[in-house]
Design a binder for this molecule. Structure first.
Ligand code: HEM
Length: 230
């Protein structure tokens, strides 16, 4: 968001603590699940654990997209195509606050990542590596569905995740090196230097406790899914 010359930049809370923890835990779990799948053998137990942690995190982020801090809510980064085009042409209005949280183009990549990760978890739940590892819900689907899910999980799903993550990191490097805009700092500390009339995300003890309750509920659902395995 361009700073108005007459308004000095001030730290504004954009990413609340739950969103930041979600992000960095997600990074750890994705790296862990890829590494454990590549090692194979006994490490596949860890692949399943990381997969269930990704399940928990995605379910949490889905809920947080409705009740989280202002800039973490889906409503703040779902835009009409016309808004995206205006933004790309550099014609967005200041009071639209399009670059405080996820920019309209960044939002597309966020939704794509969340959707592909969701599909990867869903397919993993019913996959079968035909060695010793099966997803916890495999007994609820037919052999044909499980084969299809396994094939997606190992090919398209895996490669789409690599592609989206590489694009994500490339975009963050582009902002840093070409525009001098360090987006990662805000994903670590939570604040961006913006004009002081910029609306902030709520990030209080109460909202953090709410996030903890939601996360525990999501972990409970993941645990229940795990308990359904034979
Ligand atoms: C496995 C790797 C990664 C995945 C799956 C991933 C996923 C995501 C997701 C889902 C979001 C949206 C956050 C939300 O609204 O809840 C996001 C945002 C973000 N990520 Fe990552 N991320 C990865 C790696 C990284 C790395 C390595 C960095 C920095 C070095 C990074 C920096 C950021 C930043 C700065 C944002 C906010 C972008 C914005 O301002 O619109 N991410 N990431």
């Amino acid at each position: 968001m361009p700073i108005e010359p007459n308004l000095p930049p001030t730290p504004v809370r954009v990413w609340d603590l739950p969103t930041r923890l979600f992000h960095w835990l997600l990074v750890i779990c994705i790296v862990g699940s890829v590494a454990s799948a590549k090692v194979g053998g006994n490490a596949m137990e860890w692949h399943l654990r990381f997969g269930l942690m990704v399940f928990t995190l995605l379910a949490f982020r889905l809920l947080w997209g409705f009740v989280g801090g202002r800039w973490s809510r889906f409503a703040s980064f779902i835009h009409a195509p016309a808004t995206l085009l205006r933004h790309l042409r550099g014609q967005s209005r200041r009071d639209e606050w399009l670059e405080v949280g996820h920019s309209p183009s960044g939002a597309l990549s966020v939704f794509a990542m969340l959707a592909i990760l969701g599909l990867q978890v869903a397919s993993g739940l019913v996959s079968d590596d035909e060695i010793s590892t099966t997803g916890p819900l495999i007994r609820f689907v037919s052999g044909a569905t499980s084969s299809l899910a396994t094939s997606w999980h190992k090919s398209w799903g895996q490669w789409l995740i690599y592609t989206l993550v590489l694009l994500h990191i490339a975009a963050i490097l582009f902002y840093l090196l070409k525009r001098g805009n360090n987006l990662t700092g805000a994903m670590v500390r939570g604040d961006k230097a913006l004009s002081d009339d910029t609306p902030a995300s709520r990030d209080t003890l109460v909202t953090r406790l709410l996030a903890l309750v939601l996360l525990l509920a999501c972990a409970g659902v993941a645990g229940w899914v795990w308990s359904l395995r034979t």
